[in-house]
Design a protein around this ligand. Structure first.
Ligand code: CAA
Length: 380
């Protein structure tokens, strides 16, 4: 058993860490406040190959493995959680389903655009009345000649306000339940497709999270991904991959909270000495470090399962997301506690980290959904 990273993975980690410290960390508080989508940094990340980490070079990607993708998302999120999820959604919720399930024509058309940052990707699954229960979605797509007519509304779509390419799920046959859902690649300028309300979120505030509205939108027939009725399995397989990256985002956020807490506890004095000398502070730091290391190992292991060709790694992916999200919320809470009143102030990074962490337990499947996935494998 080898717990070490390969030379390529170490090089990528080093490169992304340096970039994140130099370019992402300095603007993280600013974009949290302004809500401005970080296009300038995304263009720079495209140059570094971070928008198509696992995409083969022939489509404009970097050709790395899924552990490398997790390493990159962790390092980006350590500096800026908003940028972390933007990049994660582009990589695993958009390029991945195209890479894995689309035709050669779709791959050649869309992957170079997503890897180069000419277009950013978004995922349209959740609806106003359908979140955890995917089968209850109401969007429909009806084949009429050479195109599908798509109707419905999608909510909570990360990147959507700035995206050019969307993966959208709709029923082509409602009677067939999950076997009647289909997946489509939808371009931003599709007639009948418009953007609705922007979400004003508690954390990850510059992610252009937005509603998608389809009113008789005309989707070319060739933009169906796979076959009619493949949508549910495409969606679940995609989420198996993307949840690893949310686990990685959680590890990055938690690592940042620990780094800030160690630094602060060495500087801040109380009762005549640095607070890091107090055992209650040391206890929190030790717990935080151990939680992060355990989460990181679960995340890398889930990536390893994907890289080594395991056909179903839903359990490993769900465990990594569930545990890493859980500890990220706890670690950021402890970080605020260690900072005392200052931790509640926007002058300190941990205030933002605490807000950013909460979404981890909600998006790409709530923690309750991850526990269902894990428990089903135990009792089947
Ligand atoms: N891979 C491949 N196939 C899968 C699968 C997987 N991971 N999971 C299920 N399937 C298959 C099953 O084998 C079954 O196939 P058969 O009919 O051939 O037997 C079929 O799909 C139906 O499976 P289930 O009966 O398990 O389906 P379910 O309705 O009970 O749902 C669920 C399971 C786990 C609850 C699922 O609905 C789920 O994950 N829900 C959460 C959705 C979610 O994560 N939403 C977040 C959206 S993205 C987002 O957050 C926005 C963003 O921008 C970040």
């Amino acid at each position: 058993m080898d717990f070490g990273l390969t030379n390529d993975q170490k090089m990528l980690q080093d490169q992304v860490r340096k970039f994140a410290d130099a370019e992402l960390a300095p603007v993280a508080a600013e974009i949290d406040k302004s809500g401005e989508f970080p296009w300038a940094n995304l263009k720079k990340m495209a140059q570094l190959g971070l928008l198509g980490v696992v995409v083969p070079e022939k489509y404009g990607g970097s050709g790395f493995d899924f552990v490398s993708l997790a390493i990159a998302i962790e390092e980006i999120s350590r500096a800026c959680a908003t940028t972390g999820v933007i990049v994660a959604v582009n990589n695993s919720l958009t390029t991945f389903p195209i890479l894995q399930f689309s035709s050669e024509e779709q791959k050649s058309k869309y992957l170079p655009l997503l890897c180069s940052g000419k277009k950013i990707g978004a995922f349209g699954l959740t609806e106003p009345d359908a979140g955890s229960d995917v089968v209850s979605l109401e969007s429909t797509a009806r084949l009429e000649g050479d195109h599908y007519v798509l109707n419905g509304t999608k909510r909570f779509s990360t990147n959507a306000g700035e995206a050019g390419i969307f993966i959208v799920f709709a029923y082509t046959n409602k009677e067939m339940k999950h076997k009647g859902i289909s997946a489509f690649v939808v371009e931003r300028d599709t007639p009948g497709f418009s953007l609705g309300n922007h979400e004003d979120l508690m954390g990850i505030r510059a992610t252009a999270n937005c509603e998608l509205i389809f009113e008789d939108a005309k989707i070319p027939k060739e933009n169906l991904i796979g076959k009619e009725g493949d949508g549910f399995k495409i969606c679940m397989s995609t989420l198996d991959v993307s949840r690893i990256d949310i686990g990685a985002q959680a590890v990055g956020i938690a690592q940042s909270a620990l780094d800030e807490s160690v630094k602060y506890s060495k500087e801040r004095k109380a009762f005549g000495q640095p607070i890091c000398n107090f055992e209650m502070i040391q206890s929190m730091l030790a717990e935080m470090a151990t939680q992060i290391q355990a989460a990181r190992l679960l995340v890398y292991y889930a990536g390893y399962c994907k890289d080594t060709g395991m056909t179903r790694f839903s359990r490993e992916s769900a465990m990594s997301k569930y545990y890493a999200s859980d500890i990220a919320v706890d670690v950021t809470r402890k970080a605020v506690q260690i900072h005392g009143g200052y931790g509640y102030s926007k002058d300190y990074i941990v205030e933002r980290l605490y807000r950013d962490a909460k979404i981890l337990e909600l998006y790409e499947g709530t923690s309750e959904i991850q526990k269902i996935v894990i428990a089903r494998e135990l009792i089947r």
